[in-house]
Ligand binder design. Structure first.
Ligand code: NAP
Length: 359
């Protein structure tokens, strides 16, 4: 496989640190440069991020002495040195939109963790096992941007990455209504228990904007490409409640679902067991071998025990049973900063690389 030079925009942040760790020994992607805010410009990575390093593995040796660029002021210099960038920055939505378009227009593709472009209708929002074909919209996006190589591709919000994968193989039974309550880890807010001590022994029943994203994003992921736009799916009806819980990593969802044609429990388990997507077929480096993993034990999945399954890229499911108001209910879990953030973006970049979008 060809090698690609990459940059990490927002390298000092929680997701940026994950990118750095995941890319340290990547077989295809070589981290060439790091960028963050003007506050970090000119500092080494160790100086800028060492004191807030939140990963369990140390900062990669090869990156410690890299001198940080300013993500906005140095766009052209960055674009001239890399084949594409990963982007995860904490800025205002319109600033992120402009920043990502500026990279794309400088012919530097952007694989983004940010939500700013998720509903731009020619920007693919991809969970690689579910809607890999949406990357074909990039042709239309390049026409709009007037670029040959540059484009923006995004991953979806972390909250939907546990229950949408579990529901996806069941769509053939006609999913009508979904109720999902999510129990979301503090790393999803870029925090640890050290930086957010108020979360110890606590629960906050509100995460700004999360319920809207959790209800709307699945419909774009399940949408279709029509006349150069991604048109959202009309069904299922989804309602959610999103809670912040005292867990370091791992978003859990309690899901209730009703079907047009109610499957048996065995049929659902069979669908989960057999489901594999394009990342598995192509054997992409970060593709889990078994994407959906069902536990028979009543007390699983548990965030602490199961979030790291297959490098944090697999989804775990448990407690499938019939319900008195919906057809079925179950619980599922995914690692929010791996599958739900940096890992999901790396897998998307691997899909794009394998399909030639960075050449
Ligand atoms: P974070 O830990 O607060 O890090 C923010 C990053 O943005 C830092 O590198 C910071 O650089 C940089 N930044 C801030 N202002 C900037 C500016 N004006 N120009 C350039 N860079 C700037 O945030 P995070 O949790 O990593 O989240 C980053 C993005 O990913 C957000 O859009 C978030 O919604 C999204 N996301 C996060 C998660 C998650 O699980 N945490 C999941 C999915 C998506 P300095 O260090 O120089 O300030």
């Amino acid at each position: 496989m060809k090698q690609y030079n990459v940059g990490i925009i927002g390298a000092t942040g929680m997701v940026g640190q994950r990118f750095a760790t995941l890319l340290e020994n990547h077989p295809w992607f070589n981290v060439k440069l790091l960028a963050a805010s003007p506050r970090s410009k000119g500092k080494t990575y160790e100086e800028a991020a060492g004191s807030r390093w939140a990963m369990t593995t140390p900062m990669p040796e090869s990156m410690k002495n890299m001198v940080l660029y300013d993500a906005t002021a140095d766009i052209n210099e960055i674009a001239s040195q890399v084949d594409f960038v990963f982007c995860a920055v904490d800025m205002k939505k319109d600033e992120i939109k402009a920043l990502e378009e500026a990279y794309a227009k400088a012919e530097c593709p952007v694989v983004s963790n940010n939500s700013a472009h998720r509903f731009t209708d020619d920007v693919p929002m991809v969970v690689p096992e579910i809607n890999p074909d949406h990357i074909e919209i990039i042709k239309s996006q390049r026409e709009r941007l007037g670029t040959k190589k540059g484009f923006i591709a995004v991953k979806s919000n972390c909250s939907i990455q546990s229950y949408v994968p579990a529901l996806h193989p069941l769509r053939k039974f006609g999913i009508k209504n979904v109720l999902a309550c999510t129990y979301q880890a503090i790393s999803g807010a870029g925090k640890t228990f050290e930086t957010w001590p108020e979360m110890v022994d606590n629960l906050i029943p509100y995460i700004g904007g999360e319920e809207e994203k959790s209800e709307q994003e699945p419909l774009k992921v399940w949408g279709t490409i029509e006349n150069g736009k991604i048109v959202k799916a009309q069904t299922p009806n989804i309602t959610t409640q999103c809670l912040r819980v005292p867990v370091s990593n791992g978003h859990t969802a309690a899901v209730f679902v009703t079907f047009e044609n109610k499957p048996t429990k065995e049929e659902i388990l069979q669908c989960w067991k057999e489901f594999a997507g394009v990342p598995q077929e192509l054997e992409l480096p970060h593709a889990p071998k078994q994407f959906l993993n069902y536990f028979e034990e009543n007390d699983r999945p548990q965030a602490k025990l199961d979030r790291d399954m297959e490098g944090g890229m697999a989804v775990s499911i448990g407690r499938l049973r019939e319900d008195t108001q919906y057809d079925y209910k179950f619980v599922c879990l995914s690692h929010n900063t791996l599958r739900g953030a940096a890992g999901g973006a790396v897998l998307l970049a691997e899909l794009l690389a394998a399909k030639g979008y960075f050449d």
